[in-house]
Design a protein around this ligand. Sequence first.
Ligand SMILES: Nc1ncnc2c1ncn2[C@@H]1O[C@H](COP(=O)(O)OP(=O)(O)OP(=O)(O)O)[C@@H](O)[C@H]1O
Ligand SMILES: [Mg+2]
Length: 234
Amino acid sequence: MLKVEDLWVRVADNDNGKKEILKGVNLRIRDGETHVLLGPNGSGKSCLVMTIMGIPIYKVERGKILFDDKDITTLSIDERARLGIGLAFQNPPEIRGVKLGDLIQLSGGNVEECLQEASLDEAFKNRDVNLGFSGGERKRSELAQLFSMRPRLMLLDEIDSGVDIESLELLGKEINSFIENRSCLIITHQGYILKYVKADIAHILLNGRIARSGSPDEIFNEIRERGFGGTKND
Ligand SMILES: Nc1ncnc2c1ncn2[C@@H]1O[C@H](COP(=O)(O)OP(=O)(O)OP(=O)(O)O)[C@@H](O)[C@H]1O
Ligand SMILES: [Mg+2]
């Protein structure tokens, strides 16, 4: 479904012009697979999913992104969304003046259903997107918006950080039932979400490259024992 080939990405930097972040990433996610992306802070995990989604400040210098064998490297965000790619942001913005319910409806979702799927109270439909939301509520609001678009490939950027144990269980179960017949790339640090969502493959992103891929259990153990620096290149 998704193929990332030799992807080099720079980001438009406020001070120094351009900063190189991804340096030759290769990744392949097949239909129905769930992958986990791990890596230290600043290694480029968010950059990778933002680039797959087409956020304009991330400039592809080399390589390409294919979705269903179609080259999407230069497509706009909305074109990629229409093809079925959806991203839950690590740091979702507050949007004053836009109600969560209206946004879900505009994305083509059923408001009550999407809120329920993300374990959010119905009252949230009349609140401005993320304004005054708690950390956990913000993550659930991201999921409600994501679910509303019924993406075929979900990119979840730290959906489990800042979420309490009970909410995590709810979220994990919702994600799990949602990803049936869909593909998913999950970025996580602690891996809490993996208790509820079964992953097929894990990757470690280090210095802008996939340093290692393997079974999620094996990779987590390796990081616990040897840290990210101890991971060997295949
Ligand atoms: N708009 C930007 N301007 C300047 N630097 C940026 C910008 N966006 C990202 N970067 C830099 O790119 C690098 C990779 O950032 P990224 O957010 O992808 O890391 P990450 O792996 O997601 O880290 P974390 O685990 O902390 O979320 C960082 O050094 C970051 O400061
Ligand atoms: Mg990040």
